[in-house]
Design a binder for this molecule. Structure first.
Ligand SMILES: Nc1ncnc2c1ncn2[C@@H]1O[C@H](COP(=O)(O)OP(=O)(O)OP(=O)(O)O)[C@@H](O)[C@H]1O
Length: 334
């Protein structure tokens, strides 16, 4: 089966400063493969500065790799020209974090959607263009009659972000690079936008590279995940396996900092002592392994707070069990 996209040991080094010139390795020997006939959602996750946006910029051809190759449907993207380059620009689309930045406040939504239609010659007539706009808006769950004719300030952030996805969809892309598409949208709209991305993959056969620092959303929509830290891949694989059984300490830390909600318990209901020691464990991956976590879970009522200190103490248990045990003896009895 042919590859849609293959990255082979791609690295990106930024050089900065003139007098005291120094360089940053933003991405190091990064490889991945997406199959043409298996549209999928792949998450690239990592904290700030781990190289996620650099990867997006490389994929979109905005910057060039310092080493390695990016092969799209058998061709190195650095060597594309003319019609091939145009096809690449059409087939690889992006949705960025800020749903406001893309819009020119003086133009209506219609204009935003008409520009790519004209640029890529996608419609035979005005009526055809209108149909295509309506189809794309409907595909992202928007009602064209409510949206067309409006200015950006007359739309919510979630609507704006879905219009960005609709704009990408108009071009019938094969690959969508979604760089933190929900991080500036309020929580109630996140699920809708993520569901839109999932529909693109499932119903329209578009592969999605979902770039995020948020493992919770990654877990909900992606099939596989690559965890980046300072430009290097720490761990990669099936999203379920990586999040439930992370192997690398950095991934473990990222997973432990996810605030899985427990709707049966309210914040602030836990004994003070446990909070002082670093608290609680509900939803904690370590609870079956870490004695500190297990003891806390035995308490009645069980403590449930998840916080950074807890993550740190669990991590500590793995690295420095003597300190973790001292904390545990301080904790019991509550
Ligand atoms: N144009 C640039 N010149 C020099 N260094 C850069 C440039 N762009 C990014 N970097 C550096 O490269 C590294 C990776 O940056 P990048 O923006 O790719 O990270 P990120 O994971 O997207 O971070 P964030 O989540 O904060 O956007 C960082 O150390 C950053 O400071």
């Amino acid at each position: 089966m042919a590859d849609l996209l293959r990255l082979e040991n791609v690295s990106k080094v930024y050089s900065h400063g003139i007098i005291n010139a120094h360089s940053t390795i933003a991405l190091r020997n990064f490889s991945l493969t997406l199959k043409e006939d298996e549209p999928t959602i792949l998450t690239v996750a990592g904290e700030s500065g781990s190289g996620k946006t650099t990867l997006a910029m490389l994929l979109l051809g905005f910057i060039t790799a310092s080493a390695g190759q990016i092969i799209y449907r058998g061709k190195n993207i650095a060597s594309l020209h003319g019609a091939e380059k145009m096809a690449y620009r059409r087939e690889v689309q992006a949705v960025f974090q800020d749903p406001f930045a893309v819009f020119n406040p003086f133009y209506t939504v219609d204009h935003l959607l008409t520009v790519p239609i004209k640029r890529f010659g996608l419609a035979k007539s005005k009526a055809d263009a209108r149909n295509k706009m309506e189809e794309a808006l409907t595909a992202v769950g928007l009602r064209p009659e409510d949206i067309l004719g409006r200015f950006p300030h007359q739309l919510s952030g979630g609507q704006r972000q879905r219009i960005n996805v609709a704009r990408a969809l108009l071009l019938k892309p094969r690959l969508l690079i979604a760089d933190e598409p929900v991080s500036m949208v309020d929580a109630s709209l996140r699920a809708t936008i993520l569901e839109t991305l999932r529909n693109l993959q499932r119903d329209h056969g578009v592969s999605v590279i979902y770039i995020t620092h948020d493992l919770t959303t990654a877990y909900h929509i992606a099939k596989s995940i690559i965890v980046l830290y300072r430009g290097s891949v720490m761990e990669a694989g099936d999203v379920d396996r990586v999040i439930k059984e992370p192997q690398h300490p950095y991934t473990q830390l990222l997973v432990d900092s996810i605030p899985w909600p427990n709707l049966d318990q309210r914040w602030g209901a836990q004994p003070i002592k446990a909070r002082e020691v670093g608290g609680n464990t509900d939803g904690c991956r370590f609870r079956t392994r870490c004695p500190m976590a297990m003891e806390i879970c035995k308490q009645d009522p069980p403590l449930f707070r998840i916080d950074e200190r807890h993550a740190a103490s669990c991590f500590l248990y793995e690295k420095r069990p003597e300190i973790a045990k001292a904390q545990l003896s301080e904790l019991l009895p509550v």
